[in-house]
Design a protein around this ligand. Sequence first.
Ligand code: PEP
Ligand code: MN
Length: 336
Amino acid sequence: MMIIMNVEATQEQVNAVVTRIEAHGFKAHLSKGEERTIIGVMGNDPIKTKDQFMFMPGIDRIVPISRPYKLASREFIPQDSNFPVDGVTIGGEEIVIMAGPCAVESRTQLLEVAQAVKEAGAQVLRGGAFKPRSSPYAFQGLGEEGLQILAEAREITGLPVVTEVMAPEQVALVASYADILQIGARNMQNFSLLHAAGESQKPVLLKRGNAASIDELLMAAEYILSHGNRRVILCERGIRSFESYTRNTTDINSIPVLKSLTHLPVILDPSHSTGRWEFVTPIARAGIAAGADGLIVEVHNHPDEALSDGGQSLKPERFAALVKQARAIARDVERR
Ligand code: PEP
Ligand code: MN
């Protein structure tokens, strides 16, 4: 439930409500708006205790949150959430483009691609150091060495870095190098990983599982939010369907649906959602037109030699063309 404080409520009154929430064994999540404070009460069926709060001074009204995800819902926070990551605002008027190779393969490869995507207009650098591969025999990533290379690329280009973390015990290590922690599709419901990411101070890019519903994605986000981390970015990356012409099926619907249900920023990964470089740019355009707050795109300087996902990676010049088109569509939908 939500406790909506009066416009004139004092800090002491807010504190008293929080104390009583905690005395009931619930957690209080404060959302300080320009006008008033709203206190989210999280726990098992807090609405049953409504009478215990109703007449406390400073409270305007108490309303239930009908969705199973509470902190992620627009009922709790009606306006779009946005937050800065190293000077880049995610979820604001400006559409944020993250780009880079699927995996960090070598220093030379990453630095070349990083420079190229920066010149093309990307604001965040992507690259996996820990790779969740379907085959145990495929390239698994460079591990910590990959993280070090990413950090060097950030030094040189000034671009903040997003990179995947695959296990709870890796969170501290990855967070010591990355600006944004990526949780991949395969780990969307790894609840101990979501818990650990929720306790981290770094923003989290949460990718939709390839067979996950929108509600399941939002409940996964709720895990991160409920452990104290408010900076979650949702990512549509395609879902499994009967169609096998593309690697996945881009659920373009999920973008406006998610935007209607949650205040969290929503981005699209047209690389994994199509699996083929020829279709990445058209689907990227569709994503922005549908209201996405950003894109995450795989770019490789030599896609033919890539150790993972070469077939869906754009060459730098094609990525530059994508950014140009993205700019035009952003203007059409009154974004930047
Ligand atoms: C990736 O971003 O390289 C990746 C593995 O993505 P996903 O988790 O969406 O498959
Ligand atoms: Mn990939």
